[in-house]
Design a protein around this ligand. Sequence first.
Ligand code: 5GP
Ligand code: ZN
Length: 122
Amino acid sequence: MSHDCLFCKIARHEIPARIVHEDDEFLAFHDINPAAPVHLLLMPKHHVASLAAVGSTDDAWLARMLLLVPKLAFANGCNPLPDGGFRLVANAGTEGGQEIDHLHFHILGGARPWSKRAAPAA
Ligand code: 5GP
Ligand code: ZN
């Protein structure tokens, strides 16, 4: 389904992004305003508003998306465990801090300190 949101345009290559992974279903690229040394965004290519908009029929692709996370993290600069690692964040809705209404995972990692923007809630 065609959609006009910013991330749909990135998915259709109408707006450039520093892409690190692309397959039939998903696109991953560097966040334009990184909050950590590694800050990737991973999204489905089809438009889904947020994690609050998925249902039981979305289980298979959501699982495939989740399985991509550690692969992308470690292939793009996150350090190995136990000293390294990564953080996975999905904002949903205004109070959840979501700015772009197209489901995406933030994958954050790299040496600390990170920006306060990516700090855990107190
Ligand atoms: P949200 O607040 O919706 O969870 O996250 C949106 C993220 O998208 C922000 O971290 C922001 O820096 C990033 N972003 C916004 N516009 C663009 C863009 O045009 N290109 C890229 N690569 N990232 C963007
Ligand atoms: Zn979209």
